[in-house]
Design a protein around this ligand. Structure first.
Ligand code: FES
Length: 575
């Protein structure tokens, strides 16, 4: 190879001393020849493979294809594990550990003398965590996502991950389907390797990786088991070597313009509300000044054009066949920063120009969209002084402006104990309020904000109500749900002061959320408020560190001392 830049790995593996002997000798135990250490790029493959993260369980197979591309381009691939987060498996919530995984990734990338890295993740928190950790080190990096599962098929119908769990569960509770029918859908919904097949959080983040320019086109939508995903992995292996050779760190791509592109694409695809906290946290690592308000402002003129569950009809497999993200970006190209670079050596504008739509019922034209209202609404008022969010296209239009009496649940345990009580004083016009589910209070801000409706109302045909909490909700969920209320109740936010029967007023179009209780009464209630007990398991270890230092949702829920970056330099040797 010629014209190699001075590589980080060369400073370690090229040493002609005892340290160099140690570094090379142990690596040679894997059968690597001498010329692997002659100054060619060492490429890390940071893998969140785990059998406890089913959505990422095939990533070792895909990593083999990344390796082919790295070898072909003249690099040396070195795959390594980091911890993994199975969204549907780990408790109390994967979000509690996103920052732990980000720390794991950051220290591995800094500590090992690699020159660039391929981040292999997919299940909801894995990719955001990997990007956050990588941004704080700032090597050349790109993402290869798991890819979505095949469409679910059940009794002749297409069913989507998560979205149809919520629907079928409510149908069962309303007595419309039997338990046997409900449980029969389990295997039919998850038919292959890959992430949720709806536009849930994982597919949203996979899509935003394309919009941010940190993944190759097709990353979001090519099904996990499709041979073309292996090809994408192979091409990504080549691309990361190129990025190292032309010295393009992650910060070259993650600019303010890239985040603006991501927010606009997020609105066009009806992306998950969870992307808000992840993009805010990632921007914090990058030193990009991104605020909660940016999500509302930048998405106001972007209509929903992707007809995908949970906001629409189709699933990710259909999205891929319709043209995927390049087709979406083609249709909103005039709203994007076209000169933003991509890891494939192109620009967002060039990717958008190459995009073509093959099914207008899956990706609508921009002048006849699925919904003119999209994106993220950022609400403020005396109930959410630092903001709350809602997803208008997942809500019932008639409930976007609503006033009603609060039915308050002090904790998730209180909610589960009483929601189906026939004596619960609740009507379709009530506002369900759940406390204690924020970043510190739960801890970890779980996906419980789309509270199940009271059984007696479901049986009466009610299918949506206004729900308000400091929790998140699954990207696959829907409903008139106000989320991420900040500050959270545990941290003393006004949510803690709400009592049964208080009038709550939501005015979505005006972006307000208010508790109709006068200030003097609220001040009295605050005086009477006693400090909440510590959250479960928060007396020691990582959870204590998390509860002590986690930022509120409007800041992205990173740990306060992790914001920013430390770079890649390590000055001391290990022996
Ligand atoms: Fe892993 Fe949805 S649970 S992507």
């Amino acid at each position: 190879m010629t014209d190699r830049p001075k590589l980080r790995s060369a400073a370690v593996y090229g040493k002609q001393d005892r340290d160099g002997f140690i570094h090379r000798s142990w690596m040679k135990s894997q059968g690597l020849p001498d010329d692997c250490f002659d100054g060619r790029p060492l490429i890390g493959i940071c893998n969140t493979w785990s059998e406890l993260t089913p959505c990422n369980a095939h990533l070792r197979i895909l990593a083999d294809h990344v390796k082919r591309g790295v070898w072909q381009a003249g690099g040396v691939p070195l795959e390594f594990p980091v911890s993994s987060l199975g969204e549907t498996q780990i408790r109390p919530t994967a979000m509690l550990f996103r920052n732990l995984l980000a720390m794991d990734v950051e220290e591995a990338l800094r500590g090992y003398a690699i020159d660039g890295v391929v981040l292999m993740g997919g299940c909801d928190k894995t990719t955001p965590a990997q990007l956050m950790g990588a941004a704080s080190v700032d090597l050349p990096a790109l993402v290869v996502s798991s890819g979505p599962m095949l469409n679910g098929r059940f009794r002749g119908e297409t069913i989507g991950s998560g979205t149809d769990v919520w629907r079928l569960s409510e149908d069962m509770r309303a007595g419309l389907i039997s338990e046997t029918t409900f449980f029969s859908a389990e295997a039919a919904m998850s038919r292959s390797a890959g992430v949720c097949n709806t536009m849930g959080t994982a597919s949203t983040i996979g899509s935003l990786c394309e919009a941010l320019g940190v993944a190759l086109p097709g990353n979001a939508s090519i099904p996990a088991v499709d041979a073309r995903r292996r090809t994408l992995a192979h091409l990504s292996g080549r691309a990361i070597v190129d990025l190292v050779m032309i010295e393009r760190p992650l910060s070259h791509f993650l600019s303010r313009a890239a985040f603006e592109n991501a927010i606009r694409v997020h609105a066009a695809i009806g992306g998950s509300t969870n992307a808000v906290v992840h993009l805010l946290a990632l921007a914090g690592r990058c030193g990009v000044n991104l605020t909660l308000e940016d999500f509302d402002t930048l998405s106001r003129d972007v209509p929903l054009i992707a007809n995908l569950a949970p906001s629409g009809k189709y699933l990710m497999e259909d999205f891929d066949y319709a043209g995927g993200m390049p087709a979406v970006m083609n249709r909103i190209a005039h709203l994007l920063h076209g000169d933003a670079p991509t890891v494939g050596g192109s620009t967002i504008g060039a990717v958008a120009r190459g995009g073509e739509c093959f099914n207008d019922d899956v990706i609508y034209p921009i002048d006849a969209p699925v919904n003119h209202s999209s994106g993220t609404w950022v609400l403020r008022g005396n109930l959410a002084p630092d903001g709350a969010i809602m997803k208008p296209n997942a809500a019932t239009p008639a409930l976007l402006t609503h006033e009603g009496p609060a039915v308050v649940f002090e904790s998730i345990e209180d909610f589960k104990a009483r929601i189906d009580d026939p004596a619960l004083d609740v009507t379709a016009g009530s506002v369900l309020v759940l406390k204690g589910c924020g970043p510190k209070g739960y801890p970890g801000m779980p996906e419980v904000g789309n509270m199940q409706l009271p059984k007696k109302l479901l049986e009466a045909g009610v299918r949506d109500m206004v729900r308000i909490s400091d929790a998140r909700m699954s990207g696959t969920a829907y409903g008139t749900v106000v989320l991420h209320v900040s500050p959270e109740a545990y941290a003393g936010g006004p949510l803690a002061l709400v009592r049964n029967g208080d009038r709550v007023k939501l005015n979505g179009p005006a972006r307000t959320l208010d508790l109709l209780v006068d200030d003097a009464e609220l001040a009295c209630r605050r005086q009477a408020l006693s400090p909440p007990p510590p959250p479960p398991n928060s007396q020691r270890g990582y959870v204590k560190l998390y509860v002590d230092t986690v930022l509120q949702a409007d800041k992205g829920c990173d740990l306060d001392f992790l914001v920013g970056k430390s770079g890649a330099i390590v000055t001391r040797e290990s022996h």
